[in-house]
Design a protein around this ligand. Sequence first.
Ligand code: PBG
Length: 326
Amino acid sequence: MQRPRRNRRSSAIRSMVRETSLEISNLILPLFFHEDADDVAIESMPGVTRWSLQGLVREAGEAHALGIPAVVLFPKINESLKSSDAKEAHREHGLVPKAIRAIKAAHPSLCVITDVALDPYNSDGHDGIVKKNADGSLVILNDETVEVLCRQALCHARAGADIVAPSEMMDGRVGAIREALDAKGFTDVSILSYTAKYASALYGPFRGALDSAPKDGDKKTYQMDPANVVEALREAGLDEAEGADMLMVKPASMYLDVISKLRESSCLPIAAYQVSGEYLMLKSVSAGGWIDERAAVMESLISIKRAGASMILTYYAKDAARWLRE
Ligand code: PBG
């Protein structure tokens, strides 16, 4: 008789036959910050803080000390600096370049990833430049946006970003950013492309954290339809041809099939973003006491890894790193 249970008999045997492992080096910590001098608890994401610059550098250092190789920066921009051309996105002495410089000065070996998209800077709250039609409908202008994204990526590169991560799903942006970076000598700055970013309900707590929700309309004309997976393969092919170094799927847990298909079809490393709504679901469901938070979080992370992601952006990165060290 075949007895698969023999391979589950003891912890030692289970560890030998385990197919997937989660390492601290797989984890990437997203960080929120603002211009203010205080560190503020984010209401929409219990346990997550919006840091002052000083707090941000300290938090990045703690993550680094735990063995987390990279952080991703998400700024909350003062309302007075937002405009319809989002020019704050590429101001040389803006909040993000300041943060990159401060983190790099304190922790040179920590990999700094930046988000390339206009929503925190745009008075419209959209990821791209918005044109309003006479009938009130909105158009997100693709090529005009890509020009601004190139400037933003260059601004981040000049400040010392290791990886820029375009997250706005405009067409042709990876190729344009690659060309802009190369032309200025930043041939070593990598592009982590949000290849398959879905128009998901799970970004709500993030938009609450940054006050970056679209003022009008939704993001369905640029972010992907949750019903599609073949389209993700098309996006991946384009990003790869345009020079992306890594591909991202977002959100993670409801899109494991997408991660797995991209892993099979691409030679590039795959990242997955366990987004704010996934974080909030795990937090709130375990607050009830019926689900063990640590076990549920580790299960969610190993499933994302098993599906084929080698990098996982998660608000649980520090907790998971501590648990992996125990
Ligand atoms: C926008 C951006 C979003 C997230 C990361 N970059 C929100 C959006 O598309 O509206 C969401 C991340 C999360 O929910 O944790 N450029």
